[in-house]
Design a binder for this molecule. Structure first.
Ligand SMILES: Nc1ncnc2c1ncn2[C@@H]1O[C@H](COP(=O)(O)OP(=O)(O)OP(=O)(O)O)[C@@H](O)[C@H]1O
Length: 468
């Protein structure tokens, strides 16, 4: 696949990115609440989209999982196929070459089951849910590429992404996997792309612009689409209008068009939306392994001020060898202060917080993962989805609370789940500095029905004991 096939010139890409971020700003102001205040339901969309992009940018390997796959076939009487190798899929030779060139030796768990369904004759519809990094993108790109006919110079595959940046990530996978198809071209249907005539076989875009390209502008003839993919459905539905636009696009497609929908999570709202987009679906769910706290030893340290918490942290570092640690703070201000203080003490510290660009965040996490820094100080931004195997200690410098000041149990689980991964033992230390935070800690203990022991960080023997 030639690089000049990218239908968007760099300045156009920048214009598109800019108009897209303007769009977000506008959308943030859309909804006034009961008191007439402008509300921010799109903020959460931005967070989700950013988290998703971040996952893609830092993910170079499949998530290691031993989870169970649940497959619900549309026709329960047909035998359940799964494949253990890409050869079994009888892919076109140039596609198999593309798969190998990406370094894939065998299908991932979700691919084992999804690919035979997606590549069946006639192709089947699918709703698939599995966590980030399990190989969903690679799976649907394979499905699109196996159906596309490069000799036909019109759009045949259509993929909806929630943001331009996420669309670009998918485009990169198509470009890599399709590199042995010299005639293949793809275009981005995003705001600001002034594409006038689409002689490409694959279009990836955000719902509003794709809808314009299909209806008003007629760049795409929806009746000729053979594969329709809706990616990141959970992120998609968090933004105003995307659901309706996606459904309107879906209704223009021919009956025999293959419909595929992917999502990392599957709340009720996602499920309802999925059913509207994908008729007669096969359903694949990768059952998420329950995160448990069983392999993590949890302690709390009683302090009376921020400085005392810092001192307790230093004592901990003085007493035990910590391979890598993640320290969570409630605000960016505390996080920057703490990172600076730890640096003064001679620690190699990385600071990660929400105001950084997604690419910057990905770079910080990558360096931490490579062990270039030993301590990562952060706010909640990276509590989820980031696996750094060497993290042996998680410190809650501030306990996680929600916006009403109540314990945020889910965040607690995600935070301390950064250690003790894949059955390894981990250590979590909570800093308590007031009656209020003691109360939060007690409620967290009750919630998980798990005792959090007190630790005296002035007692070196005691610290050494817990570390062993
Ligand atoms: N069969 C495979 N063998 C080895 N690596 C793979 C395989 N399939 C995908 N990968 C790689 O694993 C990583 C995650 O895959 P992919 O992006 O497809 O997952 P995803 O489920 O779509 O994740 P996300 O929800 O973050 O988009 C990528 O770096 C991809 O190149």
């Amino acid at each position: 696949m030639a690089t000049d096939s990218w239908a968007l010139a760099v300045d156009e890409q920048e214009a598109a990115a800019e108009s897209l971020s303007n769009l977000h700003l506008k959308e943030e102001k859309i909804k006034p609440d009961a008191n007439g205040n402008l509300k921010t339901n799109v903020i959460s969309f931005k967070d989700r989209a950013a988290q998703s992009l971040l996952n893609k940018l830092i993910r170079s390997n499949l998530v290691d999982n031993t989870n169970q796959v649940e497959v619900l076939q549309r026709d329960p009487n047909s035998p359940l196929y799964s494949v253990k190798s890409f050869e079994e899929l009888r892919l076109k030779p140039q596609l198999l070459q593309g798969v190998y060139a990406m370094g894939f030796n065998r299908p991932s768990k979700i691919q084992e089951n999804a690919l035979p369904l997606m590549l069946a004759e006639p192709p089947q519809n699918l709703i698939a849910q599995s966590q980030s990094g399990t190989g969903k993108t690679a799976a649907f790109v394979l499905a699109m590429l196996s159906q596309v006919e490069p000799a036909n110079k019109y759009p045949q595959c259509l993929c909806l992404s929630p943001t331009y940046e996420l669309a670009l990530q998918t485009g990169k996978v198509i470009e890599q996997m399709g590199k042995f198809y010299p005639e293949l071209k793809l275009a981005y249907a995003v705001r600001g792309n002034k594409c006038e005539y689409v002689n490409v076989q694959i279009v990836i875009g955000t719902p509003g612009t794709v809808l314009d390209w299909c209806s008003k502008l007629k760049f795409i003839d929806p009746k000729k689409i053979k594969v329709f993919v809706l990616d990141e459905a959970d992120v998609m539905i968090a933004t105003q209008g995307h659901q309706d636009q996606s459904i309107r696009i879906q209704r223009m497609l021919p009956r025999n068009c293959q419909m595929l929908l992917f999502s990392a999570t599957f709340e009720d709202s996602v499920w309802k939306f999925a059913q509207k987009v994908v008729p007669d679906p096969n359903i694949i769910k990768l059952k998420r392994e329950e995160e448990t706290l069983d392999t993590i030893k949890q302690y709390y340290v009683l302090c009376s001020s921020r400085d005392e918490k810092f001192q307790a942290l230093c004592n901990l570092y003085g007493a035990i060898t910590i391979a890598q640690a993640m320290i969570f703070c409630h605000t960016r201000k505390t996080a920057s202060w703490l990172a600076a203080e730890l640096s003064k003490e001679g620690h190699q510290v990385a600071l990660l917080s929400g105001e950084m660009m997604v690419e910057q965040r990905a770079a910080v996490i990558e360096r931490f993962r490579e062990g270039k820094e030993k301590v990562l100080v952060t706010t909640n931004v990276c509590a989820r989805g980031i696996d750094v195997e060497q993290v042996s200690v998680v410190i809650n410098f501030d306990l996680p609370v929600d916006k009403d000041g109540n314990p945020d149990n889910e965040t607690y689980l995600h935070r301390i789940g950064r250690t003790g991964r894949f059955g390894k033992r981990g250590l979590a230390v909570n800093m308590v500095d007031s009656k209020h935070s003691m109360n939060i800690l007690n409620r967290i203990q009750e919630h998980f029905n798990k005792k959090i022991e007190r630790l005296d960080t002035d007692d070196l023997d005691e610290i050494e004991k817990i570390a062993n």
